[in-house]
Ligand binder design. Structure first.
Ligand code: CP
Length: 320
């Protein structure tokens, strides 16, 4: 029998089993009710300390990790790089060792370089949670996307999911492809040829199709996930103009009508309205973008609970 999630670190989705993913989602579901209460606080993590170490900007992830920690009564400390000693030349390793010396229970890290959370996990006594590393993974985003899908479709197995946009730079796409295919969904990706890696088909063993046209990915989809154009990671022109991107690849109502009638629309945020998604689609009843944000708090409560010892921690795999 596959074991439920008992790891100390959450570094990515790639090495998790379906049972571990479902274990996190089930734990999140059990926390869901707390966020609907008038007093949104339980003593579960009283005495625990969570450090949010963000080397990149964030609205949703950082705020929801902080809220998640506080709703479970943990002490949460936010460090942004502009106000830390990294700006004075301290190395990443020294920063990590100094923070770890203060004996936190969990360090949540976001960095523009792939693999930074994995490096931290090797030197830190605290549990390490990846809040997004370069274009590699964003595991809690994929988990909250899965929770949103599960809540609205009551299943993931057998669903057709289209992931559209800037695939090459997207840690959200990678984590979602791993998660959705492990749970039995069929995933189609599409975007400008320059933004879809030619070898992407080999990312997972099965159930991933790279489409040449956005319409082919969206046709018949149960879930349409639109990705942000990541201009901060684009060092050359991947498409002629934003206007042309919007015309050829943006999610409009006409394109969405190719999906199933009850298809839902997801976007991890922040959105570029009028570029990758039309405003009327983003604000429509088919859009669950704010539900994703809501479930972000719940999923991160579950992850902090599990990583800080809610289940017996196992540090044996820091390569995921
Ligand atoms: N989806 C997401 O990671 O958003 P933030 O960059 O605002 O955290």
């Amino acid at each position: 029998m596959e074991k439920p999630f008992r790891r100390r670190d959450l570094l990515g989705i790639r090495s998790l089993s379906a049972a571990e993913i479902n274990g996190i989602l089930d734990t999140a579901e059990s926390f869901s009710e707390i966020n609907a209460r008038e007093i949104k606080k339980v003593p579960t993590l009283r005495g625990k300390t969570v450090i949010n170490l963000f080397f990149e900007n964030s609205t949703r992830t950082r705020t929801s990790f902080e809220l998640a920690a506080k709703r479970l009564s943990a002490d949460a400390v936010n460090i942004s790089i502009s106000s830390s000693s990294v700006s004075k030349g301290e190395t990443l390793l020294d920063t990590a060792l100094n923070l770890d010396a203060m004996q936190p229970d969990c360090i949540v890290v976001r960095h523009s370089s792939a693999g930074v959370p994995h490096q931290l996990a090797k030197v830190s006594k605290a549990a390490v949670v990846n809040a997004g590393d370069g274009a590699n993974e964003h595991p809690t985003q994929a988990l909250l996307d899965a929770m949103t899908i599960r809540e609205h479709k009551k299943k993931i197995k057998g669903l057709n999911v289209a992931i559209v946009g800037d695939i090459i730079h997207s840690r959200v796409a990678r984590s979602n492809i791993h998660l959705l295919t492990k749970l039995g969904a069929k995933v189609k990706v599409a975007g400008p040829g320059t933004l879809v890696p030619s070898d992407f088909q080999h990312l997972v063993e099965k159930d991933l199709e790279v489409c040449n046209h956005v319409e082919d990915a969206i046709r018949g989809a149960d879930v349409v996930m639109i990705l942000r154009i990541q201009r901060e990671r684009q060092d050359s022109a991947y498409f002629p103009t934003l206007r042309e991107y919007s015309i050829h690849y943006g999610l409009t109502n006409d394109r969405l009508n190719l999906a199933k009638k009850d298809a839902i629309v997801l976007h991890p945020g922040p959105m570029n309205r009028g570029i990758e998604i039309a405003s009327d689609v983003a604000d429509s009843s088919r859009s669950l973008i704010l539900d994703q944000v809501k479930y972000g708090v719940t999923v991160r409560m579950a992850v902090l609970y599990l990583a800080t010892g809610g289940a017996t921690a196992d540090r044996s795999d820091t390569n995921n």
